[in-house]
Write a protein that binds this ligand. Structure first.
Ligand SMILES: Cc1cc2nc3c(=O)[nH]c(=O)nc-3n(C[C@H](O)[C@H](O)[C@H](O)COP(=O)(O)OP(=O)(O)OC[C@H]3O[C@@H](n4cnc5c(N)ncnc54)[C@H](O)[C@@H]3O)c2cc1C
Ligand code: FES
Length: 248
């Protein structure tokens, strides 16, 4: 069940020039699952009026974290907030990733890592992670990921001693396609489209999608995505869908 509460900022730090990790105090009785998201609203401000949705990056009792890229006005303001300032948080919202029963594959494109990190952490040493970023500086939490996952494969635009040169779906085709395991993925639409071409219909593949949101509770139809069963709301029917259901 989702709730609305005021949250104090514990830390809000840049991890790269554009990407921040914010950590907030939340009530201890809030339960979350990997793949769900919360809406963060900037207190005392009418502009931007609407809250912004962010995937739950990590959650331990009383503390929740979100990893976000500064894109526009809302995330710029968010990045400037300091320790002890207050935010209004609503959530958790949405369908989560179905829990894996054994080993599983994770494909993360860029900031898409924000949606899958919590899943990798919840099931330690089970994930075969394929993580694609543009350049080496954008590889986030590498040491933690190596500890948490069973294998970590990384792709960058330029090859380095420990990365593959190319996009993450190419890397997956080369190193992961033969693994017959469920797939969990989050990344840009172009990555999801490529993935849909590669994945065989019998292999479960769950993807977290993103659309612009307004109400977050299924009322405004501002976040719809096209599926085989017609338009569905990312906020309440998703954000996690089976890739074969989506018309990408
Ligand atoms: C379910 C869900 C989970 C998300 N999780 C994360 C996350 O964990 N980390 C993260 O960095 N971002 C996440 N996003 C995207 C994030 O919500 C947007 O980047 C943010 O709302 C932009 O707000 P803004 O005011 O800075 O930008 P705006 O000024 O509103 O827009 C700036 C630019 O960002 C684009 N944009 C706005 N909203 C979205 C969106 N939903 N998806 C894609 N592009 C968008 C706009 O088209 C525009 O080009 C998520 C979105 C959804 C729907
Ligand atoms: S954001 Fe209003 S229906 Fe999804």
């Amino acid at each position: 069940m989702n709730k609305l509460f005021k949250s104090k900022i514990i830390t809000n730090e840049a991890v790269t020039e554009e990407i921040y990790l914010i950590s907030l105090e939340i009530p201890e009785n809030i339960e979350t699952k990997p793949g769900q998201f919360c809406i963060l609203r900037l207190n005392h401000r009418l502009d931007p009026l609407l809250g912004r949705p962010f995937s739950i990056f990590d959650h331990v009792c009383g503390e929740i974290k979100f990893l976000y890229r500064v894109k526009g006005k809302g995330t710029k303001i968010l990045s400037q907030l300091k320790k002890d300032e207050l935010l209004t948080v609503t959530g958790p919202f949405g369908k989560w990733y179905p829990f894996p029963q054994g080993d599983f594959i994770v494909i993360a494109g860029g900031i898409g890592l924000a949606s899958v990190y919590y899943l990798i952490k919840k099931f330690p040493k089970k994930a075969h992670l394929f993580y694609g970023v543009r350049n080496e500086n954008e590889i986030l939490f590498y040491e933690e990921l190596k500890e948490l996952a069973k294998h970590v494969y990384i792709s960058t635009e330029k090859e380095t001693s420990y990365t593959y040169r190319g996009v993450v779906t190419e890397l997956f085709k080369e190193k992961g396609k033969s693994l017959s395991l469920p797939i969990y993925a989050c990344g840009p639409m172009v990555m999801l489209k490529e993935l849909k071409k590669i994945v065989n219909e019998a292999q479960p593949c769950y993807v977290a999608t993103e659309e612009r949101m307004a109400c977050g509770v299924g009322a405004c139809l501002g976040c719809v995505i096209e599926t085989k069963q017609g338009f569905k709301r990312v906020c309440t029917d998703g954000p996690v869908f089976e890739i074969k259901e989506l018309l990408l």
